[in-house]
Write a protein that binds this ligand. Structure first.
Ligand code: ZN
Length: 319
């Protein structure tokens, strides 16, 4: 991060000195021209198909031409983690695809420092299950589900009457409406990640997470999806959808760090690379959101255009 900051400061000074009337451009534009954004895909444990997802994340980030990607793999579940020490500060953004054993204290402390100092974090779907007993992580992700989460972890996070709504009713966090295609509704059209996207678009067949809860500090909901009470739900205490607009994409500010989470992106546990189809992650909406989220988390801006094959309200679009 120090090198990036240095480059950014120098570029800003340069612009101020030579073109005081125009002023500096967006930091993201300068950064994109200076060098690739360094992204770490961090994976190795998940009850979902992390082997498929980590490769997918690497591939869709690299295809933008903006990112240089390293995939870092943790020891397997139950193995000794004492040698596990990801070099967070070498990266502009961490794309987390992990739901598993607690990291050792030095790794947790290193990650907290990285985020407080302006790091970036992007994650999807079941990553919101992990680390329920790590308070700083719960603050970073804003809200999560399962892993023993309940009212002690914070309110249910909902979207009602056009705004964020925090429901302090006690209860288990995490319901999973059975996979189906569902409309995703943009709630912050002026946010750099959402700029130019349709107000409503149809997401490829995916689970629909509902009743997530957490500290919900410094949180902005970018998009929601309606949890249909007529549809069956599993893995929680409810048998059907909640009838609420549930957060599907959101951001959190943690110190100087930027976080983007999405509830979308189901791939079956144990799925091997090359298996599929996996419409939840082959959805062009999901792909575009991850690509834009990673740029925003790293730089604070988005320079990528909306692709021509972005889904519409009438139909899904898969790649
Ligand atoms: Zn899932």
């Amino acid at each position: 991060m120090a090198k990036r900051l240095h480059v950014r400061l120098f570029a800003t000074l340069f612009c101020l000195l030579l073109a005081p009337a125009a002023g500096p451009g967006p930091a993201g534009v300068l950064d994109a021209q200076d060098r690739p954004i360094r992204a770490m895909v961090l994976t190795g444990q998940n009850n979902h198909g992390w082997q498929v997802l980590s490769e997918h994340y690497r591939s869709i980030l690299e295809e933008t031409g903006l990112f240089e990607v390293d995939v870092v793999t943790s020891p397997p579940r139950g193995a000794d983690m004492s040698g596990f020490a990801p070099a967070f500060s070498d990266y502009d953004v961490v794309v987390l695809e992990y739901n598993g054993d607690m990291w050792p204290a030095p790794v947790r402390e290193s990650f907290e420092r990285y985020m407080l100092n302006g790091g970036g974090l992007v994650y999807g779907h079941a990553v919101n299950h992990t680390f329920a007993d790590w308070p700083a992580f719960n603050e970073m992700i804003g809200f999560g589900a399962w892993g023993g989460r309940d009212e002690r972890h914070g309110p249910f996070v909902k979207y009602r009457n056009g705004r964020l709504f925090l429901d302090h009713t006690p209860g288990h966090a995490g319901e999973c409406v059975d996979p189906h295609e569902y409309p995703v509704v943009t709630r912050e059209p002026d946010h750099p990640i959402m700029r130019g996207l349709p107000r409503v678009w149809l997401h490829g067949t995916d689970e629909l997470y509902s009743n997530q809860r957490g500290p919900a500090k410094n949180l902005t909901i970018l998009a929601t999806a309606w949890s249909d009470p007529a549809r069956e739900a599993h893995w929680g205490v409810r048998t059907h959808g909640t009838g609420d607009d549930e957060p599907m994409v959101h951001t959190v500010r943690y110190g100087r760090g930027r976080i983007v989470g999405t509830a979308m992106g189901h791939v079956d546990g144990g799925a091997a690379p090359g298996s599929g189809p996996w419409p939840a992650i082959e959805c062009v909406g999901f792909i575009t959101l991850i690509q834009r989220a990673a740029e925003w988390a790293a730089t604070g801006d988005v320079t990528q255009p909306v692709p021509d094959d972005f889904p519409t309200a009438a139909g899904v679009s898969l790649r």
